[in-house]
Design a binder for this molecule. Structure first.
Ligand SMILES: Cc1cc2nc3c(=O)[nH]c(=O)nc-3n(C[C@H](O)[C@H](O)[C@H](O)COP(=O)(O)OP(=O)(O)OC[C@H]3O[C@@H](n4cnc5c(N)ncnc54)[C@H](O)[C@@H]3O)c2cc1C
Length: 419
């Protein structure tokens, strides 16, 4: 059976995908999720990641619908996976230097491709599907042509990139981030670091031939082509933890404009006290990398923001407007001034390019006496404080988090599972 419609960037498509998948979110998902049957057979996984990543659908909505349909125990594997995103986002909020460090290494590696001909030749062979390792070359083509790879293929790919092809992990993470429609600073960067033993210190992931053969149902069998060991990489930097930023409150009776970004495309459900006076959508997908970003990833982000703006326009009875510029400072100031705004309000942007754009615009707005207010969702404030070390700490809090969010579907069941 072919997979769900992957690429329509709308909230309607997100719910359509969820509805199609829900019957399979219980024991079937737990048994089948690790199999990569190829791009034409994706019904064993949800295909929700690009929607959740852009918040065209919220994690709380996915969890609510899942627990309406299945018991907590039956759907526990799927629920765990949904919480992995919160874990990675929360962990990166606590350790933002991991991101800034990654960004500066990508820039210097991209610069060095100009002078280091050996690195350039090996890198280009890899990203042009010319390694001669069938599975790896097929995944390169799949990634570029669909903007998606199965989770297991992402793990094998990253492991082969680092341990067989001996390429810098940051260039691989950048290649993923440029092409994945669900490309995400936290899930992507930290998953690559996990494969290399940098996230869980010393624990690496080695792609094994037998594992690839089994879980691709025999589609691939790279006999004799893969590295046999995976030594953990080291780094000299210590990434000190910071407290996660405080949630902003939205003062009542403030004349504000609502800014929609690719971090949150369901703006109509943000916690407002009074409605916005103006509406603007802005996209910064090109800032994912110094190298060109894939068309599918860009189109999806543009579509997701447009869909969010259109819905908010209907909801609040405002005209929809979009900004095209890559630099937001002047655009936001001009928009705020022309609408006589006291504040620009947007969903909290976690560590990544949108947060960088907003940090830069904050000062320009302040110079014009315009506040920048970022509203956090309850799901983030409930989960991120538990994302300080390994995933287990957050996992053990899942029943509590669900209860705090009012997602009580099968509370007693949840309680039993946690004991
Ligand atoms: C090297 C590597 C890079 C990755 N890069 C990204 C990325 O840039 N963006 C991204 O969204 N995911 C990333 N992932 C995680 C995961 O591969 C995808 O979220 C998943 O494959 C999406 O497919 P799905 O929606 O069908 O997943 P399902 O198996 O149906 O999972 C359900 C939902 O749980 C969440 N989820 C599942 N696994 C993970 C995970 N490991 N981390 C975070 N959330 C998860 C997603 O929101 C997903 O939609 C990466 C994994 C690896 C190993």
């Amino acid at each position: 059976m072919p997979g769900p419609p992957w690429k329509e960037a709308s909230r309607g498509a997100a719910f359509g995908t969820l509805q199609q998948f829900l019957p399979r979110a219980g024991s079937e998902y737990a048994a089948q999720r690790n199999f990569d049957y190829g791009p034409a057979m994706r019904s064993n996984v949800s295909g929700l990641s690009e929607y959740v990543r852009h918040r065209l659908i919220l994690e709380s909505e996915v969890l609510e619908a899942t627990l309406q349909r299945h018991s907590f125990v039956a759907a526990s594997k799927f629920i765990d996976e949904v919480f992995w995103r919160a874990y990675f986002k929360g962990w990166l909020e606590h350790h933002p230097t991991v991101w800034t460090d990654y960004r500066s290494v990508v820039q210097s590696l991209v610069d060095s491709l100009e002078t280091n001909s050996d690195l350039k030749a090996r890198y280009e062979r890899a990203i042009h599907a010319g390694t001669g390792i069938d599975c790896f070359d097929a995944w390169v083509n799949e990634l570029i042509s669909t903007g998606y790879l199965h989770n297991h293929a992402r793990m094998w790919f990253a492991s082969i990139w680092v341990y067989t092809l001996q390429l810098p992990w940051q260039l691989g993470a950048d290649f993923f981030y440029r092409h994945l429609v669900d490309g995400d600073p936290a899930s992507n960067t930290l998953s690559w670091r996990w494969v290399c033993g940098l996230h869980t210190k010393g624990k690496t992931y080695l792609a094994r031939i037998s594992n690839i053969a089994s879980y691709t149902a025999g589609r691939f069998n790279p006999q004799g082509l893969l590295a046999h060991d995976a030594k953990p990489l080291n780094e000299s930097q210590i990434h000190a933890a910071r407290p996660i930023p405080q949630a902003h409150a939205l003062p009542a009776a403030l004349r504000f404009g609502l800014l929609v970004t690719e971090e949150d495309c369901t703006p109509e459900s943000l916690p407002f006290r009074n409605p916005p006076s103006a509406l603007l959508g802005a996209v910064t997908t090109n800032a994912r990398s110094p190298l060109p970003v894939g068309l599918l990833a860009r189109q999806f982000a543009i579509g997701a923001v447009a869909d969010g703006v259109e819905r908010a326009a209907l909801h609040f009875g405002l005209p929809a407007q979009g900004a095209q510029s890559d630099s937001w400072d002047d655009v936001l100031v001009a928009w705020a001034r022309s609408n006589d705004l006291d504040a620009v309000v947007t969903a909290y942007a976690p560590v990544g390019p949108v947060a960088e754009r907003l940090a830069s615009a904050r000062q320009s707005l302040a110079n014009n006496r315009i506040e920048l207010i970022q509203l956090m969702r309850a799901y983030d404030t409930c989960t991120w404080p538990h994302a300080t070390k390994g995933y287990f700490k957050l996992k053990s809090m899942i029943p509590d988090v669900l209860e705090r969010l009012g997602i009580t579907g099968e509370t007693q069941d949840a309680q039993r599972a946690s004991n």
